[in-house]
Design a binder for this molecule. Structure first.
Ligand code: ZN
Length: 109
């Protein structure tokens, strides 16, 4: 698994310390990247780290490619090119929204 702390060296240092203390095998790379071949390390462990340190308020875990988790500051979904449907709240790519909302129209008529 690769944990990408998005260039946050302080966060990655803290996370490496936490994971090492919890007996996980991790390696720290530059640019806030943490690598681990430890199969017992899961997203739940990272969630727990964020909860225990209170960072859950400002940080979130974003699954990226296979085996890559990004820990980044919470930003509105719109920042990723995602939008929320005003009718049902479903989150999708911006370019899909028009067709999606049109579909609602058909159902509502
Ligand atoms: Zn909708």
């Amino acid at each position: 698994m690769i944990i990408d702390c998005a260039y946050d060296e302080k966060l990655s240092d803290e996370l490496v310390k936490y994971l090492t203390e919890n007996a996980f095998q991790v390696t720290k790379d530059p640019d806030g990247i943490i690598r681990s071949n430890d199969v017992t390390l899961t997203r739940d462990d990272l969630d727990l780290f964020l909860k225990k340190t209170g960072k859950i308020k400002e940080l979130q875990i974003i699954p990226s490619e296979k085996n890559v988790l990004i820990i980044a500051t919470k930003i509105p979904i719109e920042g990723f090119g995602f939008v929320r449907c005003s009718i049902c709240g479903f989150v999708m790519y911006e370019e899909e929204l028009m067709a999606h909302e049109r579909a609602h129209g058909i159902f509502l008529v």
